[in-house]
Design a protein around this ligand. Structure first.
Ligand code: PMP
Length: 350
């Protein structure tokens, strides 16, 4: 007999990704980190942190951070829940709501792989609705799937497209469960679904400090929703889920919107250049509203190009899953990194 529940035995398990140590010469364009350093104001807080902060347990509600979110985004502080990365909040949502076949998790595909993984752990049944080729939100099919949770990543990964607010509004009106708008990449997009949380009690918008704020290593994300929805989530999250260092540094980063926006603007300009350079080399590139592009080679195959780049010390993301065959997701790096990538693509074996 296995020690583990059947749902766990059935899982493949986490395969340590391609995560070289900081300081190595690798050009890392595989996990959508921001190429620029965190806010200098956040780093100053880190360097000056008082030991007293570490002696004591951290605030279970990260209230300083919630206040910084409130000031930055114009939402009430008690409409904010903070997670150990937005991944933790995805997990908390599933643990709170999903179970078996009657309380299903629904999402359009392709999208962020963790929705499937966390549902499998619960275990909860998933219903995956394919996106059409033009990435219009399949509202009718999503509503018919009747999920207790419907996850919509916008901008989506790995496609990079954004979902129009009217489509999200229609979805929120028609489903009986929760609509989770996962805005991990919103800092590189033109608009947010945040206004919908005021309109709909069943909408939660998730954000992260991992991308726009250059703090993937800090593990901090947050959700904004009506306190009635948050009440259930607060029961399930770990009490001390955000450590004291993350609370202090994350709060300073949230208060430095000007720095975050300046870095995001640089990334957006580089994204245009990278997409154009790839197109000039004959690649098909989807329009992206995130800090990555999804690109398909018209010569050779994506897997051998991915391996060739890896040999040259450049990591990009190669997907094997159905619907994403022969595509690479490439994080927007600094202009210098992007240029090195483009030069490598010219010489790599196709
Ligand atoms: N949502 C999406 C769509 C993502 O791509 C990611 C990061 N890979 C996350 C959520 C999680 O981000 P984090 O846990 O670092 O906040």
């Amino acid at each position: 007999m296995s020690y583990f529940r059947p749902a766990i035995d059935a899982m493949t398990g986490y395969i340590p990704g391609e995560q070289p140590k900081p300081g190595t010469k690798i050009i890392k364009l595989n996990t959508n980190e921001n190429p620029y350093p965190p806010s200098p104001k956040a780093m100053e807080v880190l360097h000056n942190l008082d030991g007293e902060w570490l002696r004591r347990y951290p605030d279970p509600f990260a209230r300083d951070f919630c206040q910084a979110v409130s000031d930055a985004l114009g939402v009430p502080a008690d409409w904010v829940i903070v997670g150990n990365g937005s991944d933790e909040l995805l997990n908390v949502l599933i643990r709170c709501c999903a179970e078996g076949n009657n309380r299903k998790v629904v999402y359009p595909m392709p999208t962020y792989v963790l929705y499937r993984t966390l549902s499998a752990m619960q275990p909860a049944q998933v219903l995956e609705v394919p996106y059409p080729a033009d990435f219009q939100l399949p509202i009718k099919e999503l509503v018919a799937a009747n999920g207790v949770i419907t996850f919509i990543a916008s901008p989506n990964s790995p496609s990079g497209h954004v979902v129009p607010l009217d489509d999200l509004r229609e979805l929120a009106q028609q489903v009986s469960g929760i609509v989770v708008v996962d805005e991990a990449y919103v800092d590189f997009a033109e608009y947010s679904a945040l206004p919908l949380v005021q309109e709909f009690e069943n909408v939660i918008v998730l954000r992260t400090l991992s991308k726009g704020y250059s703090l993937a290593g800090l593990r901090m994300g947050f959700g904004v929703a009506n306190p009635k929805l948050l009440a259930g989530l607060f029961k399930v999250k770990d009490s001390y889920n955000i450590d004291a260092i993350a609370q202090a540094v994350g709060t300073a980063a949230m208060r430095d919107q000007a720095y975050k926006n300046a870095c995001a603007d640089k990334v957006k300009i580089s994204r245009i250049q990278l997409a154009q350079d790839l197109k000039n080399l004959g690649w098909e590139v989807l329009d992206s509203h995130a800090n990555f592009v999804l690109a398909t080679p018209t010569q050779g195959n994506a897997e051998s190009i991915y391996l060739g780049l890896k040999e040259r010390g450049i990591l990009v993301r190669y997907f094997k899953q159905a619907g994403l065959e022969d595509k690479l997701r490439i994080t927007v790096g600094t202009d210098e990194q992007n240029q090195t990538l483009i030069e490598a693509l010219v010489s790599v074996k196709k």
